[in-house]
Design a protein around this ligand. Structure first.
Ligand SMILES: C[S@@+](CC[C@H](N)C(=O)[O-])C[C@H]1O[C@@H](n2cnc3c(N)ncnc32)[C@H](O)[C@@H]1O
Length: 185
């Protein structure tokens, strides 16, 4: 079976074509941005609030020769509307903190929820948002407790919500939620 991240990539890739605008909401060390940049998407927009993350991502993209179609933005994903005018096809949120960096800088439930709420109207019909939830740390658990009731209550007429998780994994293993917009809200 696909691991959580592999499944997220597969499900996003299905929605990406040569005209797609795609978003990495939390670029961190750049692995998800690299994945998106290697697809046929027209443009990738990647956000992070830490200089280190933007620099690490830039390096990874350059080593792989795919930096040209990526716009790296040192700002919160909450402000995505300032940078993206078009409809979005696919988004990934890899939540939590930057590995090997300051763990006090982490994604926060209210911020993540606000961004997703604002992104849904800007998502194409059929577009998907993948959210990888890490809940082994205190803020991660708080974030999960804010996001899950929100996801569970999104009107099914407009958005389908799928949870993908291995229910016998130990130690609060990360899991995935995928939103697919099926109708304009
Ligand atoms: C788990 S890491 C992401 C891992 C990354 N996708 C990768 O492939 O390496 C989470 C990142 O989210 C960033 N972050 C936290 N709050 C944010 C926000 N409001 N907007 C954008 N990035 C944020 C952190 O700085 C951190 O780098």
């Amino acid at each position: 079976m696909d691991k959580v991240l592999a499944f997220a990539e597969k499900i996003l890739k299905e929605k990406i074509d040569k005209n797609s605008i795609v978003v990495d909401a939390t670029c961190g060390n750049g692995n998800d941005t690299l994945f998106l940049a290697k697809t046929i998407a027209k443009r990738v927009v990647a956000f992070d609030i830490q200089d280190t993350a933007i620099n690490n991502t830039k390096k990874l993209l350059t080593i792989n020769g795919v930096e040209e179609k990526v716009k790296l933005i040192l700002d919160s994903h909450e402000n995505f509307e300032k940078y993206i005018a078009e409809k979005i096809s696919a988004v990934i949120f890899n939540l939590g903190y930057l590995p090997n960096a300051n763990h006090s800088v982490t994604t926060l439930g209210e911020v993540t929820k606000n961004t997703i709420e604002k992104m849904l109207p800007n998502l194409e019909i059929g577009g998907r948002i993948a959210i990888v939830i890490y809940w082994g740390h205190k803020e991660g658990k708080e974030e999960k407790d804010i996001l899950m009731p929100y996801f569970a209550n999104i009107n099914q007429k407009y958005v389908e919500v799928l949870e993908y998780r291995f229910i016998n994994q130990k130690n609060n293993a990360p899991y995935l939620v995928i939103l697919e917009k099926i109708k304009d809200i």
